[in-house]
Write a protein that binds this ligand. Sequence first.
Ligand SMILES: Nc1ncnc2c1ncn2[C@@H]1O[C@H](COP(=O)(O)OP(=O)(O)OP(=O)(O)O)[C@@H](O)[C@H]1O
Ligand SMILES: [Mg+2]
Length: 231
Amino acid sequence: MFGIELKNVGKRFGANEVLRDIDLSIPKGSFTAIVGKSGCGKSTLLRVIAGLEEVTSGSLAYTGAEAKKSNIRIMFQDDRLLPWKNILKNIAIGGVNKVDAEIALEKVGLRDKKGDWPDELSGGQKQRVALARALASSPDVLLFDEPLGALDALTRMDMQHLMEGLWQEQHFTSILVTHDVSEAVYLADRVIVLDEGGVKLDQEIDLGRPRERDDKFTSYEKKILDQIVGG
Ligand SMILES: Nc1ncnc2c1ncn2[C@@H]1O[C@H](COP(=O)(O)OP(=O)(O)OP(=O)(O)O)[C@@H](O)[C@H]1O
Ligand SMILES: [Mg+2]
């Protein structure tokens, strides 16, 4: 497992300054959520962290003895499964063997679907497979770009429980981009509000697990939401 250190990071595309002055230290094994208005730079920040985009100023470093870019995985809103491969073969790619693929499938509760085609699964099941694929290589860092955005409320809650359980079990460093403030407070120990490419709020979430949606939970939600919508 390793952490991530961003120092004064800026990213521009031409004249468009998308990220500015980002100073963030993300400890290994922590769970961070990133929220903010559409277009504020959340996905760009994830791509920078994953090493898929070069920074235009400042620096990005991975902190830990065996830190390397190849141990970072990203999971997206669309499942990105290959329609011509069955479920097991969708997971057993990129150096992952079938035994590890099956273990990962078991963890997301879909072992009995291993011979099915992606088209035969529901949207929620496909996202579980995508999660299994991300887990199968035992990543040190797992980045989520709105992975649950297309799911209905109940399936979403199931997935949130699953993600929390797997994170607690495997201790990967987790960074979740979401539009759902409640999901951010439910899953993360720290919520970052991005606004026009800068950090507007860096809020620690001091709640036990599993989380209850009590008054303290609601007050965190309100504080974060106010920062997102307020001027
Ligand atoms: N490859 C690129 N080339 C040029 N501009 C880009 C590129 N990627 C992102 N941008 C710009 O960066 C800005 C931030 O985009 P980004 O996708 O990071 O936002 P976001 O916060 O993830 O939004 P959303 O919530 O809608 O997903 C936008 O203005 C976008 O047009
Ligand atoms: Mg995005």
